[in-house]
Design a protein around this ligand. Structure first.
Ligand code: ATP
Ligand code: NMN
Length: 173
């Protein structure tokens, strides 16, 4: 059986990895969707789709699981989003998410959805990690080593800090 798990992964953290490890117990193959793929260089979405493809690919490469990493851009119309996802992804039988909108859209389209409990959500949250990067507090112990390497290679912390200084769009973290 093949599963599908989408997130913005800004950045991919240990909560996401924990979820993938749990999913790996239930499926043979997993599609990892990079959500909001067209977004980058904002406080909420600092990393590009390509950077997130690197993070996710390297973070899961040691798992006993065939994975496909697929960037998926947002659409204006929620009503056709599941068809859009299906057109971009290898076929899957079950979708994994804790996001209420994602769950609703898949269920309405007749796709089985499975949720898993949040893992250490007090610290394992993208918003919290981005704040830690900006304020020079520990974030490295909360993401897979491969993600630390990608963020260092792409000078990601410097980008987040510059965006936080200059973002005049009123975007929240
Ligand atoms: N700590 C966690 N444990 C389990 N699942 C998580 C955890 N954090 C996020 N998820 C789930 O992973 C999916 C992708 O989440 P997402 O990329 O939005 O991360 P996030 O940590 O919620 O980030 P942000 O704060 O930027 O919204 C969602 O279904 C989300 O509920
Ligand atoms: N209409 C749409 O484009 C639409 C609808 C539902 C979810 N999504 C995307 O799916 C992803 C869900 O991931 P999160 O759980 O990380 O929010 C996000 O990138 C979100 O933008 C897009």
């Amino acid at each position: 059986m093949r599963g599908f798990y989408i997130g913005r992964f800004q950045p991919f953290h240990d909560g996401h990895l924990h979820m993938v490890e749990e999913i790996a117990e239930e499926v043979d193959e997993l599609v990892l969707g990079i959500g909001s793929a067209g977004d980058s260089h904002s406080t909420r979405n600092p990393f590009t789709a390509g950077e997130r493809v690197m993070m996710v690919t390297k973070a899961v490469e040691d798992l006993d699981l065939t994975t496909y990493v697929v960037p998926i851009e947002d659409l204006e119309r929620n009503s056709v989003w599941v068809s859009h996802v299906q057109s971009m992804s290898p076929a899957f039988q079950v979708a994994y998410s804790n996001n209420p909108l994602v769950i609703r859209l898949f269920e309405e389209a007749g796709v089985e959805v499975r949720q898993s409990p949040m893992f250490r959500r007090d610290v394992l949250e993208g918003t919290e990690l981005r704040e830690r990067m900006i304020h020079d507090r520990d974030w490295q112990t909360l993401v897979p080593d491969a993600v630390v390497e990608v963020i260092e290679e792409t000078d990601g912390v410097d980008r987040i800090r510059r965006i936080a200084e200059t973002d005049s769009n009123g975007n929240s973290l």
